[in-house]
Design a protein around this ligand. Structure first.
Ligand SMILES: C[S@@+](CC[C@H](N)C(=O)[O-])C[C@H]1O[C@@H](n2cnc3c(N)ncnc32)[C@H](O)[C@@H]1O
Length: 292
């Protein structure tokens, strides 16, 4: 039987030869997964023997990762705000900025509605990470997660079932016209300009193009959301969206018509303007009324 240390060394070498980023850390995660432990536990006893079944599982996971897939795909899960979400080929792996988007949205809901019930839309839901994150942070919220991709929405359904506390429903759809009214809309749409996609890291290119591609200027879905949000929001409700670095001014411009009472950009932890916020007017304006 191979020891933990021997397997880690073998995995690290295979991943390094395959050009994986951070082969050491990846090997540690994969061995922990095979053994059913936390990441660091196998390091404490490098001389301990690994049962053959766990050793075989580890090598299977290493080969998956070495084929160029994101670590979270190889593991089959991703930690989002402390929730272990199911992910895999066909759905975007949630990014750290999106935890910030979720926390920002929850904070704004609490500021505006206190601890009372709130109806929230997570549009472009992918794995449903924002929806289940909001349900965890806002115990009285009901969240509707809408996702276009048939493959991705299956992950959202599974994650809603596991982590949504019965307050998250996942629906397949490519718009939210006729839905609502919502107190808040959170969205992390595809926002990468189409021309940039080819040059992305090969691991990112294993993720679905529909999750990345925001059209020629990256704003295609953002534009649609900004146009449709006022009719789906309650008076005084708000939209908060994640955007690409550098897109905030153009996205804010889209929230500047008579439907919008307030707008702002928020920075992420690295200081970049990554989230745009718009609040619709308190009273029903003519244009909102006509669009319903
Ligand atoms: C950037 S990913 C975000 C996924 C998830 N919210 C997250 O943060 O990990 C964008 C998601 O929007 C979906 N999508 C793209 N266009 C859409 C549309 N018109 N309607 C609904 N979902 C859409 C993609 O399939 C993808 O899952």
């Amino acid at each position: 039987m191979a020891t933990r240390g021997e397997l880690l060394a073998r995995g690290r070498a295979l991943l390094g030869d395959a050009g994986s980023q951070e082969p050491e850390a990846c090997a540690q995660w994969l061995l922990a997964e095979a053994l059913g432990t936390g990441r660091l536990e196998p390091l404490a006893e490098p001389g301990a023997a690994v049962p053959p079944a766990a050793g075989r599982k580890f090598m299977r996971l290493v080969r998956r990762k070495a084929s160029g897939m994101p670590l979270s795909y190889a593991l089959g899960w991703h930690d989002f705000m402390g929730l272990r979400l199911k992910v895999g080929p066909g759905v975007l792996v949630p990014r750290p900025e999106t935890e910030e988007l979720t926390e920002l949205c929850a904070r704004l809901v609490k500021e505006k509605r206190g601890a009372g019930p709130a109806d929230i839309l997570d549009f472009c839901a992918g794995s449903g990470c924002v929806a289940v994150g909001l349900a965890a942070l806002l115990p009285a919220a009901r969240v509707t997660a809408v996702e276009k991709s048939a493959r991705a929405v299956r992950y959202a359904e599974a994650n809603a079932g596991a982590h949504g506390g019965g307050r998250v429903r996942a629906l397949r759809g490519d718009n939210f016209r006729g839905m609502g009214p919502f107190d808040a809309i959170a969205a992390n749409p595809p926002y990468i300009p189409a021309g940039v996609i080819r040059g992305l890291d090969p691991e990112v290119l294993r993720e679905p193009r529909v999750a990345l591609d925001g059209g020629g200027d990256g704003l295609k879905v953002i534009r649609m959301i900004a146009a449709d949000a006022p009719a789906a929001l309650r008076p005084g409700g708000f939209l908060v969206m994640e955007v690409c670095d550098g897109q905030a001014p153009a996205a804010l411009q889209l929230l500047s018509g008579p439907d919008w009472a307030e707008r702002a950009a928020y920075r992420d932890f690295s200081g970049k303007e990554r989230f745009v916020y718009g609040r619709v007017v308190e009273h029903s304006s003519c244009s909102r009324h006509l669009r319903r």
